[in-house]
Design a binder for this molecule. Structure first.
Ligand code: UDP
Length: 478
């Protein structure tokens, strides 16, 4: 596809993702899609994320083909040496954003630092607090970009009602399997353990993380529109529920697949905050089709050494080949120094390939990969759906508990091992998905992959919704 000629009179959109891998990755895809549609884009990231992104990826070169695209950075208010690990420092990161970055962002917007001709802001749904609704200093429409799916978003939006009805707090482990029958559209589906991880708080009314996340989700429904990385054939009924709160919704996912359609070829994601180890692709080339389980828990999950060992034993004991992306900070207190345990050395050498950070989209579309053991992050889920690979879900936090419940019980795309972490379960589920129930899961995965593909191809729902989004942004700029 020829790159578009962007005029200075074209609409100008500011994008600002939350500073985590999954959000930055998918927001850059949205930025690329907007740029391909001759929209001028200013992409704001924190200085810290920008440093990591430009160190480990070719993102600057990739966007240099759009002369009207610009990166801008802003401080998150934390010292350079701060580790910024989401799993450990979330309250600190949020507080710094509220007290430091929010007023700075407002000043920079008002002073025209990002351009004096902004058509609209597209803010990450997580960071919708960055702008006060109704602030008269700048009258630019604000769209929310929701990088979570509709099912988890709707569950989060339902939390205040669950608290009001006395369904929360969860009173203990014995209540975890209680079914919640009063989340509209999810009747008889969600158990307490399937609610977003933060709903396990002992005192929901006073839990700062729960209160922050729920208020961000409610607030983002008040913006001018919601852009969401999902597709109607996957989450149509739940999207209808969200439309009762926020009528203007553009469901335009899976975004990475829509980008491939618009570029007319499969493009590799270059938006990595860690160095990608491509050696695993050559390893995969030497494996039989469908014989490998790919294992990755995303960019935020952390686990203890016990869990690491249970997964490791389970994978080796399963007798299947495995490719495992062990991110440097995955295991608490290890900081990247993970040694293969002596008793697993032989099995790992025979059947395993370990990398720090994998080229995930490429890995998932490799014919050697038969299934994905995942933490059920939304990007990973969509990437696996597009690649037609069944999943085993070990959810960790945020939206992942809801995603994994939908994946196993609604979409029937795999198994949910939520809250279990023992070697027997790991080995059994790997074999159930890859051998014993392979046909059943492969069939539903292929069907869903075909629906995903249809949605992003010309005439499909996401394709058309994206065109509407572009048209509406153009109208705003006139
Ligand atoms: N990812 C990757 N290589 C890895 C692990 C993850 O490229 O080894 C990418 C993955 O393709 C996805 C993102 O990192 O786009 C993770 O996002 P997700 O929403 O799945 O989970 P999060 O990291 O936000 O928990």
């Amino acid at each position: 596809m020829e790159e578009p000629q962007t005029q200075t009179s074209s609409p100008h959109v500011l994008l600002f993702p939350a500073p985590v891998q999954g959000h930055i990755n998918v927001t850059l895809k949205l930025a690329e899609l907007l740029s391909l549609s001759s929209i001028r884009v200013t992409f704001v990231t924190t200085e810290h994320s920008h440093r990591k992104l430009t160190l480990h990826s070719d993102v600057l070169r990739r966007f240099s083909r759009f002369p009207a695209f610009q990166f801008r950075t802003i401080s998150d208010g934390l010292p350079v040496s701060h580790p910024r690990t989401f799993s450990h420092h979330l309250p600190e990161i949020i507080n710094s954003f509220i007290s430091f970055t929010k007023p700075l962002f407002r000043d920079l917007l008002i002073s025209g630092h990002f351009g004096s001709d902004l058509t609209c802001l597209i803010l990450d749904g997580f960071f919708s607090f960055l702008v006060d609704i109704g602030d008269d200093s700048f009258k630019v429409p604000i769209f929310c970009f929701r990088t979570f799916g509709a099912c988890s978003s709707w569950a989060i939006l339902s939390v205040p009602n669950l608290i009001k009805q006395g369904q929360l707090p969860i009173k203990g482990e014995e209540e975890m399997d209680r079914i919640l029958d009063n989340v509209p559209g999810m009747e008889n589906l969600l158990r307490c353990r399937d609610l977003p991880g933060f709903c396990r708080a002992a005192d929901p009314n006073n839990d700062p993380i729960l209160q922050f996340i729920v208020s961000m989700f409610i607030r983002s429904t008040k913006f001018d529109a919601l852009i969401i990385n999902t597709f109607e054939d996957l989450e149509g009924p739940i999207l209808s529920n969200i439309r009762t709160l926020c009528p203007k919704i553009y469901s335009i996912g899976p975004l990475h697949a829509l980008l491939n359609t618009k570029l007319s070829h499969k493009t590799e994601s270059l938006n990595n905050l860690w160095e990608v180890d491509r050696s695993c692709l050559a390893w995969l080339d030497n494996q039989w089709p469908g014989s490998v389980i790919y294992v990755s828990f995303g960019s935020i999950t952390v686990m203890g050494n016990r869990e690491l060992m249970e997964f490791w034993h389970g994978l080796v004991n399963s007798g299947r080949n495995f490719l495992w992306a062990i991110r440097p900070e995955l295991v608490k207190g290890k900081n990247g120094e993970i040694e293969i345990p002596a008793e697993l050395e032989e099995g790992t050498k025979q059947r395993g390939c370990l990398v720090g950070w994998a080229p995930q989209e490429k890995v998932l579309s490799h014919e050697a990969v038969g299934a994905f053991l995942t933490h059920s992050g939304w990007n990973s889920t969509l990437e696996s759906i597009v690649a037609g690979k069944p999943m085993i879900c070990w959810s960790y936090a945020f939206d992942q508990q809801v995603n994994s419940r939908f994946l196993s019980n609604v979409w029937k795309l795999g198994l949910d091992m939520k809250d279990l972490c023992d070697r027997e379960t790991v080995a059994k589920m790997v074999n159930d998905v890859m051998v014993n129930r392979k046909e059943e899961f492969m069939r539903s995965a292929a069907e869903m992959a075909s629906l995903a593909s249809r949605s992003v191809n010309p005439g499909g729902s996401s394709y058309l919704n994206f065109d509407c989004l572009i048209e509406d942004i153009r109208i705003l700029s006139q």
